[in-house]
Design a protein around this ligand. Structure first.
Ligand code: ADP
Ligand code: MG
Length: 633
């Protein structure tokens, strides 16, 4: 056989499509690239319109400098850019774009219509390109600026289209990209419409105001200004007061030289500044803007990556930590903290008279060991403990062992319960395999008669095969989870009206998710009304969680649901049930009576999977008889 040369160059359309795979992954990437181009073009007003979360239509309209006829055509060529020309420019970037890849990539995987005019031109240019093929180029009357319309994203790449997630998730991603850009450009007004409904409309303003417009007045009031300048770095922006800390969904943003970045290492620096002020498991919101010499960072790692490498990382870590700490000290940030103390009982209170230095010796935590959550009269500084045990069990029938209701009729679940259902999903609910000897049947435990509470945390009791230690907090999580999941699957729960409705003020992306979840919140016993403009009124809460702060709980559930993204109804239910269970469960340090301890154990073993919490932590351990006698040898 005559040997033939096999290698040839790929046609541009194919090369562009391959490149697009890197840059354009979802509607949010298109929005990001187009909006960044608008910013680079000096726009003072940018409008984004989406249909079907951007699947069928994305439109970005700006009042920037526009393009000439030739530039409009050139803009779609790969490596065509007006933003850099020399290799050295790469190290002094002042624009978002520089690769000249975005438009070529978008045009390779969608149907694009560009309308643009410069101020000095009388007529504008309209170009239509689909799948990298130029379909038409005309001269037309149009306003100054640029108007991109991107239709049917991935129309020619079905595999990619399939990869897209629910509208809800795609929309969240789009909004997140817009938030990131809007936060660095308060001098530009932004409007976002989804299916013709206005979601965001923020005027030209200051950074501080922009944060409030995007995330609500309440957050705006919880921020402290940061402003430091050293030879290495200038840091401006703001950080939350300790009271703004939350377990999930805190708005944490870093920007460097006008670009959003993720930086886990610097995140730790901020959190370090709050050490002893907030529980270790919580986060505070922050919006921090770094300015550094562009030659000392590398933004070039990957077109879609938001990690950025700093040459002076360690030095900046120190500066950042010290600056935030100083801001907190100066503002006397934390005179009274009333936190949710689950799993974290020792939060030293920040000295009220602290100046710029952190307190030398952390004040001792105040724990009232005599507090009994089962007694109705209990009043304590820890809100979560004011839970009425009896109410927690109202509505689920007598729930001692052997009762038929209601745990075993959760629909669609196998014999081993909900957890097995989610075993092979990487959703955080995966349950470790239960080994033979850990699977205790209820009958064994029915004999629990005598208990002892160890360290206010574990319930010790003897059983046939040995000594059992139950983690009271985790056991209660398991029990409550069971209760909530049952209520959710039956759409039935008791709601308790609130005397004074609590207002929630949510960011746009949170509000979008909230609407989606309103029914589920309803099933749980929450009575929440959409007041418009990101405000929601909580008017009723599930019976039995009266001691908790409803807004914090709702925000937490919401953040959890957003973080987990695209999930089925059942998974949302699991998230909600677990979040509520975690918040409502008795904490360690709570003294229990004998009756309460035996009841807790009874309830635990009435659950389908008593040995583990829904997120896979052991609820009890057994030290078997052999082990005990071995110790005495
Ligand atoms: P890059 O932004 O990396 O230069 P793009 O493919 O995103 O590459 O854009 C190519 C070029 O098209 C830009 O360099 C710019 O000159 C021009 N351009 C794109 N969008 C706009 C816009 N909205 N207004 C004016 N010019 C634009
Ligand atoms: Mg660009």
């Amino acid at each position: 056989m005559a040997s033939e040369d096999l290698i040839h160059l790929l046609p541009d359309s194919v090369a562009n499509q391959i490149a697009a795979g890197e840059v354009i992954q979802r509607p949010a990437s298109v929005v990001k690239e187009l909006v960044e181009n608008s910013v680079d073009a000096g726009a003072t007003s940018i409008q984004v319109r989406l249909t079907d979360a951007g699947r069928t239509n994305i439109q970005v309209i700006d009042n920037g400098k526009g393009m000439s006829e030739t530039d409009a055509r050139m803009a779609f060529e790969r490596h065509a850019t007006s933003k850099i020309s020399n290799p050295s420019d790469l190290f002094a970037l002042h624009t978002f774009g520089f690769r000249g890849e975005a438009l070529a990539s978008i045009a390779a995987v969608a149907q694009v219509e560009l309308r643009t005019r410069r101020e000095e031109d009388e007529l504008g240019t309209v170009i239509r390109i689909a799948g990298s093929k130029l379909e038409s180029q005309e001269v037309e009357m149009c306003p100054v600026g640029t108007n991109f319309q991107v239709k049917n994203l991935f129309f020619n790449v079905p595999a990619r289209r399939k990869f897209l997630k629910s509208d809800q998730t795609e929309m969240n991603n789009v909004l997140a990209e817009i938030e990131r850009i809007a936060l660095v450009h308060p001098e530009i007004s932004f409007a976002v419409y989804r299916n013709e409904v206005e979601l965001i409309n923020v005027p030209q303003t200051t950074t501080r105001q922009r944060i409030q417009h995007l995330f609500g007045k309440k957050l705006g009031q919880e921020l402290l200004p940061v402003d430091v300048e050293t030879t290495l770095v200038k840091i401006t922006g703001c950080v939350g007061i300790p009271e703004s800390a939350r377990k999930k969904g805190a708005h944490c943003f870093f920007f460097v030289n006008g670009r959003y970045m993720r930086h886990p290492y610097f995140h730790k620096a901020v959190m370090e500044a709050y050490a002893h002020l907030i529980p270790a498991s919580e986060q505070v919101p922050y919006f921090l803007y770094f300015t550094v010499d562009p030659s000392r960072i590398d933004v070039n790692i990957h077109p879609t990556k938001t990690e950025i490498k700093f040459e002076d990382e360690q030095a900046i870590w120190q500066i950042l930590m010290a600056s935030v700490r100083e801001v907190l000290g100066r503002s006397n940030a934390a005179p009274s903290i009333d936190f949710d103390v689950a799993d974290c009982p020792d939060i030293p209170l920040f000295a009220a008279n602290a100046t710029t230095t952190p307190p030398a010796a952390p004040p001792m935590p105040k724990l009232d060991n005599s507090y009994n959550p089962f007694r109705q009269s209990g009043q304590d500084s820890y809100k979560r403990q004011a839970i009425d045990w009896d109410k927690l069990y109202k509505g689920i029938g007598k729930s001692t062992l052997g009762d038929e209701v209601p745990f075993d009729d959760v629909p669609t679940e196998g014999a081993a319960g909900i957890e097995v259902h989610s075993l092979n999903e990487t959703n955080g609910f995966a349950l470790p395999p239960v080994s033979e000897d850990e699977t205790i049947s209820g009958s064994v435990e029915a004999s629990v008669t005598d208990c002892y509470q160890y360290k206010g945390r574990y319930i010790v009791t003897s059983m046939k095969s040995g000594l059992m230690m139950v983690d009271q907090h985790r056991a209660h999580i398991r029990i409550l989870y069971h209760r909530y999941i049952t209520q959710l699957s039956r759409q039935r729960s008791t709601s308790q009206g609130m005397l004074f409705p609590e207002m929630l003020s949510l960011s746009v992306s949170q509000a979008v998710a909230m609407e989606h979840l309103l029914d589920d919140f309803g099933s749980l016993g929450f009575d929440i009304t959409n007041m418009g403009g990101g405000s929601f009124a909580i008017q009723g809460i599930p019976a039995g969680i009266e001691g908790l702060t409803p807004s914090a709980l709702v925000e937490h559930i919401l953040a959890d649901a957003i973080e987990r993204g695209d999930v089925s109804k059942e998974e949302i239910h699991r998230t909600m049930a677990l979040t509520m269970a975690r918040s409502a469960a008795i904490v360690m340090g709570q003294v229990l009576t004998m009756e309460e301890m035996t009841r807790l154990i009874d309830e635990l073993f009435a659950c389908d999977v008593p040995a583990y919490t829904p997120d896979g932590k052991k609820t009890f351990i057994i030290i078997d008889e052999d082990e005990v006698s071995k110790r005495f040898r």
